[in-house]
Design a protein around this ligand. Structure first.
Ligand code: UGB
Length: 495
């Protein structure tokens, strides 16, 4: 035996057992009993392997059994009673596995309870991205009218996950369970469809943000393309009956289109950002699943949605934070010298549009059993905007008044990072098909946002007084001020 192999043998066998190993070391070192050495080496290896298997099993049971997380605080799962074995897709976020509570009878009961309609004729909706901004508001509105809602969210850290947890707690308080789960977890989705005959999927989970797409392009592909495909695959090939799908597209699909107001008939083949390209890809993918599998699919092109419980990555939200803290804000000016303009759309108006789209979606016509469709199913796309673009500088002026503080503004040329100079929705189709009529001005909507913002971050703003000034209502009496505050709080929690 070469000297280094003998040395390795000595090293391994030293771990095998105390006194015996010492004896062995002497014998191996003398080079006299080589065959005894290899025999013991084999035994030591087997022992070490068994010890490792034992340790692994003890410390990492979640890797060996399937975990479904129940995280609304409502009820508990049954430890170790995994619902079924599964692999995790490489596309999935790892956050879901961290504090897992296992599936089982109690978990299934909670899932069914949350998804069960409370009224005759109510629908059962699986809401993806339920702890997101639009997802939270839609889930609350569905629950408020007696529909069944089960939420999914992967609680990723794109923006403050604590805000998502706060929304989750709000939903739990209204009886809506939001599972820690990723839309790319096909087996979990299948399991949920086995438990609940969902009539609809409101698919809002996505990687949002136009400019962030330059920093993290792959996350857009994973959520907005792969994630959408996973949801549609399960809905088409596993769910029985197939649900109708309503999902979040985006105003950004209009890209470099200059015809205004943007109509669903306009070109959408010139996306300005990868975000827009993934949403456009989603619309093409929706066509395929409708065509082949008979899924009823409705895409909603949201226009810069804002309001209470909003997204901190959006300009109105982080501008408000910066104004309060005295930090500078940067405003983009378009190439023609005009201020950037957006068709800012208030959350309550968008929620009405989402519910209208769900209620008029029509049925899917395919069968996951036979793989055939009985005829064409609805395939729709709608703008959900406010129909009145406002310069971003005006949005900042409203915030300044509401917050009682001037912004420290810096105006720069719009960087070429996926942004577009303006958006403007034509909502004729949504108005015709489900009565969509946005009614909230930017002044009123931002007043509701700032009421919530001050409350959530515990800021000492005299919000009702400032809000009334902006709305031109004069100085409110203390009773009308408190009535206003109560109304805003009720709205932010129930819309
Ligand atoms: O409708 C959509 O489909 C998208 O709407 C939203 O995108 P946008 O309309 O771009 O909103 P947002 O980032 O709030 O910028 C607002 C304005 O502020 C300007 N803006 C922005 C940042 C900045 O630092 N300065 C600035 O002037 C900027 O030029 C713009 O004019 C969603 O984020 C997106 O997920 C998607 O849903």
């Amino acid at each position: 035996m070469p000297a280094d192999a003998a040395a390795k043998g000595m090293k391994l066998e030293r771990y095998a057992s105390g006194a015996g190993a010492m004896l062995l070391l002497r014998r191996v070192a003398s080079g006299k009993v080589v065959s005894a050495s290899s025999h013991l080496l084999f035994r030591a290896t087997v022992l070490a392997t068994l010890a490792l298997v034992f340790l692994f099993t003890f410390h990492y049971p979640s890797l060996l059994s399937r975990s479904f997380t129940l995280s609304s605080g409502a009820g508990g799962g049954e430890g170790g009673a995994a619902a079924h074995a599964s692999h995790r897709s490489l596309l999935m976020s790892s956050s879901a596995s961290a504090a897992s509570v296992y599936g089982g009878a109690a978990w299934e009961k909670e899932v069914r309870r949350s998804a069960k309609p409370r009224k005759d004729g109510g629908i059962a909706v699986l809401v993806t991205g339920a702890a997101g901004f639009v997802g939270t508001h839609c889930s609350l509105a569905l629950r408020a009218r007696g529909d069944g809602v089960l939420g999914l969210d992967n609680f990723n850290a794109y923006y403050d996950p604590e805000l998502k947890r706060a929304r989750q707690r709000l939903l739990a308080g209204r009886g809506v369970l939001v599972l820690d789960a990723d839309i790319n977890d096909a087996l979990l989705l299948e399991k949920l469809f086995d438990l609940v005959p969902f009539t609809h999927v409101l698919h809002l989970a996505a990687q949002a943000g136009v400019r962030y797409a330059m920093e993290a392009p792959q996350t857009y592909v994973a959520s907005n393309v792969a994630g959408l495909v996973t949801v549609l695959e399960v809905a088409a090939k596993h769910a029985d009956p197939q649900p109708a799908i309503v999902w979040a597209s985006s105003s950004s699909v209009y890209g470099l289109n200059t015809d205004a107001p943007f109509s669903e008939e306009h070109r959408t083949d010139r996306p300005a950002s990868l975000y827009a390209a993934t949403k456009k890809a989603g619309e093409a993918i929706a066509h395929t699943y409708n065509h082949i599998y008979g899924l009823s699919i409705t895409g909603l092109r949201f226009f810069t949605v804002y309001g209470p419980w909003g997204r901190p990555d959006m300009a109105y939200f982080f501008f408000a934070k910066s104004i309060v803290s005295g930090e500078p804000i940067t405003l983009f000016r378009a190439a023609d010298g005009a201020d950037a303009r957006r068709d800012f759309t208030y959350i309550d108006d968008v929620v009405k549009g989402c519910l209208g789209a769900l209620d008029t979606s029509g049925k899917s016509t395919g069968s996951s059993k036979s793989g055939k469709k009985s005829g064409p199913a609805p395939l729709r796309v709608y703008n959900l905007g406010n129909t009145s673009p406002v310069p971003v500088t005006r949005m900042v002026a409203i915030l300044e008044k509401l917050l009682g503080k001037k912004a420290n503004k810096r105006i720069v040329a719009m960087p070429s990072n996926g942004d577009v100079p303006f958006t403007h929705a034509n909502v004729t189709h949504a108005a015709h098909d489900f009565g969509y009529r946005p009614t909230t001005s930017l002044d009123a909507g931002l007043r509701h946002f700032v009421d919530w913002f001050a409350d959530y971050y515990k800021l000492k703003l005299d919000v009702p007084k400032i809000a009334a000034k902006v709305a031109g209502a004069g100085k409110p009496s203390s009773s009308s001020a408190s009535k206003k505050k109560k109304k805003a709080a009720a709205m932010s929690a129930s819309s």
